[in-house]
Design a protein. Sequence first.
Length: 155
Amino acid sequence: MRAAAAAVRAQEAPPKLDLTMTGAKEIRVQENGVEVVKQAAVESTASGDILAYTIAYANAGAAPVVGAGITGNVPDGTRLILGSEQQEAGIDVLFSINGGQTFLPLPITVPVKQADGTVQRQPAPPDMFTQIRWQFTAPLPPGAAGKVSYKVKVK
């Protein structure tokens, strides 16, 4: 009877998705004559710097997290480095070019007026991207954890 009551309480308990975001600047250093990319605290930035963002997630609740998404912003003065996004299995990656009003998979195309006056759809340039979203495609069980990441370049 106790086990059944505990199971019911666990089913009624809300999921709790904890998120922790960290940012770092990529630096290039020489180690044993080989250039190596490392991450350092962001104390200042300059044009061309690469900033790496990581969002760690964990289901700290007693129930599965269903339909959750994690959104990362592309800070003003930077542009998303397309292809830098990383995620665990079971997560779809979507992008926004309109401040988060809509999120779509790549490629996102936009109308571009040609020299002859016609309009063609072309891939959105990296400067247009405003957010990136990782959408869980399956429930995240209690205790499950992982991380997603992306990079931007300072303009």
